[in-house]
Design a protein. Sequence first.
Length: 432
Amino acid sequence: MGLFNWLRCWFLGKRPPATNDVVSDQGAAPQRRKRRRKHSRARLVPLRAAAARDARRRFPGLTTAERTGAAPYRFARPCVLGGWLDFSLDGQTEQLGSAGLPVFETPQGLADWLELPLGRLAWLIHRFEIEQQPPDQAKAHYHFCWLPKRRGGKRLIESPKPILKRIQHRILREILDKVPLHPAAHGFAAKRSIRTNAAPHVGQRVILKMDLENFYPSVRFSRVVAIFRSLGYSREAALWLSRLTTSSLPANAAQWSLWSPELEAYLCRHLPQGAPTSPALANLSAFSLDLRLAGLARTFGARYTRYADDLTFSGDEHFSRSLAVFIPLAEQIIRAERFRTNKSKRHVVRDHQRQQVTGVVVNRHPNVARPDYDRLKAVLTNCIRRGPSTQNHSREDDYAAHLRGCIAHVAFLNPSRGEKLLDLFSQIDWNR
């Protein structure tokens, strides 16, 4: 009941009606208010807090740090209560050894493994800079380049400079490549490709395609630290490894991209798109996402794969009728795993349409799209008739290698079509 009506009844000496009663204009007897029937909607139970409690119970060393009077190693962190904090005591050396990963616990151990002076390694992670980030682009260890997206907006490409790139390649080969991925992850993984990503969805009644928005920038510094900690590295080692594999924009970035709406995603330290370690770390950060979405798909009798930021689900008629329930549940899982979806790229494709998964047609068998095949065949035919110089509209430096690459892609998906194109390629006179 509103405050005004209650004061009016009190002033007139009338009994205020109960909360669940309604007073009619004709003074009729109070009637019970009809409760609106809420629409039932499936909800998922959050499991992150329970998982964190279980991790603390199994690995008590993950949450402890010893305070010492003297610095235990170079670049140790001071404690606000006085003394120094030793973050090198909680590593799981047995776990690292059993997995065949290099063992080090301190910055000096990491520098020895990388065969670099410790001071140079600290320079690479901006340990001497304020807030440990580059003050300007000249002192940054990445080249920054904004590229337009195909559907609008901009994407920041961050390419590491030679010294950092060499270090990241070693971290990739000797640490990250030895960590197994979820079976549903097919992007940037050994012996997996767009063909293996599309194969589970061949001949399905319906295909649901979803896209993760800003996939690499969504993986923050804290998540990368958690990945290295889960492998068994101490907190100190994980912090240094994470700073070697993440990027932060220079302090003057807001000046050269002041009005760019895409800048917000790159303000915090994140995975740089362009670093050799970023695809592997992004796949590992999405392991829990793959695990939960694969389980949800099995519950609905569907199949699930992920290629980088492209999520694909497929199933039969029962799954097609369940999409109204399945899509909100999948969205809940994605948000719970701290990712976001691009709703403009969400598509539901039925079997009477051309079903494509990461560029592979999957209506009957893995195949290349017919328009793409006809276009390449026409280019090769024109090269035979008029000469290849008349068809190099994109001005490729090595046009022959470019055409061979296009033919190899077709042959990878459809060998018979690839042989036909290769026969046309052999008839081209490259002197014309």
